[in-house]
Ligand binder design. Sequence first.
Ligand code: AP5
Length: 226
Amino acid sequence: NDFLPGPMLLLGAPGVGKGTQAKLLMEEFGIPQISTGDLLREHRKNHTPLGMMADELMSKGQLVPDDLVNDMVADRFKQPDTEHGYILDGYPRTIQQAEWLDTQLVAYQLPVVAVNITVPEKILLERITGRRIAPSGKIYNIYTHPPKVEGLDDETGEKLEQRKDDTEEVFHERMKAFEAKTAAVIEYYRTHGGRFAEVDGDQPVEVVTQAIREALLKLRHHPDVA
Ligand code: AP5
């Protein structure tokens, strides 16, 4: 598959598998994953002003203001590893973010590809509350991808952690933010230029990865692709 590198967006509700798929695809295509959630959690860990102001909103499942997130993404784009493309995970989340991103993408010769991953909401709750994360960023799930030893990373033996916003209550708030703001972003890419694909995320991880690969291959022949 020689369609990527280039910019790719992974879209979808909380827990559809954006992070899981981004980590697999970044290795395959040799381009970095840029997760705005991970970047914000890094700011929070380092007690930066952005991290401290984002903390409260993230804990409530609300979105961080567009300008702050766009500035953070602009900083990340300055790093040389983005030169040949990147996989954006969890961004853009609002129409304002999508429009700002459009202004940045002119720097790339390759067109952006947007992939929307879909999973029924009742399955997402189990994915979110069951998620555990290793210090390396490796993602587990106590129901669907448990570690070999309960609570410990298979590779390093380090303790797995649960995200503060991975409770049932905050999940419902995150879903509300998704429906109020991010659903429109999916429509924006569906109706804007056509380099858009939808993938059923309610299948084993490797089947979803393969479906994304196939979608990318089909989009390769899209008339908008140079
Ligand atoms: P963010 O970190 O982006 O969270 P999210 O979008 O809610 O997405 P998740 O990370 O929860 O899910 P995912 O789709 O990556 O799923 P994963 O692969 O981990 O955002 C957090 C907060 O930060 C936001 O609420 C907001 O406050 C703020 N924020 C972030 N970006 C922002 C932005 N652009 N603008 C404003 N605010 C922003 O998988 C989930 C679980 O399912 C795992 O346990 C995994 O093992 C399992 N799983 C994955 N795939 C499968 C499969 N195929 N089958 C079975 N299990 C699977």
